[in-house]
Design a protein around this ligand. Structure first.
Ligand SMILES: [Zn+2]
Length: 353
């Protein structure tokens, strides 16, 4: 495996649903430690790596949490009932393998489905409701499940390992939303030296998938004037899909609109200018049914000029999503080039535009 893929494999496979991001934040704090002047936290657990001593306050954020489940009950037969965390589409949840993270280690469970043989013809076309789902651990009683360490409050994540696909730039994994955005922020902190025209706050937020909660608390700490969320966007370059500005490998998506943010127009124009000057490919996409951390960051204090940038992702919010390595690399390049140019004069120009 290519050396550049190693960190992506780790980040994709680490378990960390909303509210349970500790393993991810510990890994990230270690990764950035030698590349920032200080690592601090908000009280919810978001990580903030600081770089640059003077000038405007620039925040870039990727969220650490992934969508997953939370164990709520164990039935007396040993089946697990759960609460979903984040937006799950019921049809992708069935017949999958899941990891329950317990104090005694990982326990596997599956979202079992009745075989078609016993489902009446007219029912086979219906989507099943999530609240009818359960995890089957392969045990025969509640006691057996408890002996394995399973208890209410355990986090559950998709069991899905990182894979390099046919064309080695196509990378399969769970949790690209948003470990790939976290990876971008890590790499931006590594590539920039400390001699910056601004104070940069490379932020890794918690609990984005349940309502951008860490974005709110970390922005309160940072007090940004400029805020950029790096998250996943949609890739729809598949049979039956409209690929317009939503393709893998065609560059970062600079959002025109998402469910939580109308981007600051002067900031958006500036980022596009930088992309053109640096010959970095980009796509101008939009998301109707989703938000990013910028949705809260831009509302902090008297407001921050904000933008969302996305790495196109196929099959988001499932066990198996696909990204393209070039989009990751080009997002890093774009962010690095943008941050280097954000001096006081440029930020004043943007804010006064
Ligand atoms: Zn996300």
């Amino acid at each position: 495996m290519k050396k550049e893929y190693e960190i992506l494999k780790v980040l994709s496979e680490l378990p960390g649903v909303s509210g349970n991001e500790k393993k991810v934040s510990q890994f990230i704090a270690k990764e950035i430690k030698n590349h920032v002047s200080e690592v601090t936290y908000d009280n919810l657990g978001s990580v903030i790596g600081t770089k640059g001593q003077k000038g405007p306050r620039v925040m870039i954020a990727g969220h650490m949490d992934e969508i997953g489940l939370l164990v709520t009950q164990i039935t007396k037969e040993g089946f697990i009932k759960f609460q979903t965390l984040g937006g799950w589409f019921s049809q992708v949840m069935l017949a999958q393998v899941w990891e329950i993270h317990t104090k005694k280690g990982i326990v596997y469970g599956i979202t079992g489905v009745k075989p078609p043989h016993i489902i009446p013809q007219e029912k086979r076309k219906e989507a099943l409701p999530i609240d009818s789902f359960y995890l089957d651990l392969g045990v025969s009683s509640k006691e057996e499940a408890e002996n394995l360490g399973v208890e209410p409050g355990n986090m559950v994540v998709p069991h899905s390992t990182f894979k390099v696909l046919g064309n080695e730039k196509y990378l399969l994994g769970k949790a690209w939303d948003n470990r790939i955005g976290s990876a971008v922020v890590i790499e931006v902190l590594k590539r920039l030296d400390d001699d910056l025209p601004n104070q940069l706050f490379g932020t890794f937020t918690v609990q984005e998938e349940v309502g951008l909660r860490g974005a709110k608390t970390s922005a309160y700490v940072v007090e940004p004037e400029i805020a950029i969320a790096v998250d996943t966007g949609l890739a729809n370059d598949v049979p039956g899909g409209e690929a317009l500005e939503q393709s893998l490998g065609k560059g970062p998506q600079i959002f025109l609109y998402d469910g939580g943010l109308i981007p600051h127009q002067a900031l958006r124009r500036f980022v596009i200018e930088v992309a053109k000057a640096e010959k970095i490919p980009y796509q101008e996409a939009f998301i109707v049914g989703g938000r990013t951390d910028a949705g809260h960051m831009h509302l902090n204090g008297k407001g921050a000029a904000s933008l969302s940038i996305g790495i196109p992702t196929r099959y988001m919010h499932s066990h198996t999503s696909i990204i393209h390595y070039d989009d990751y690399e080009n997002t890093i390049k774009l962010m690095v080039a943008v941050i280097k140019k954000l001096d006081q004069k440029k930020v004043d120009e943007i804010l006064q535009d």
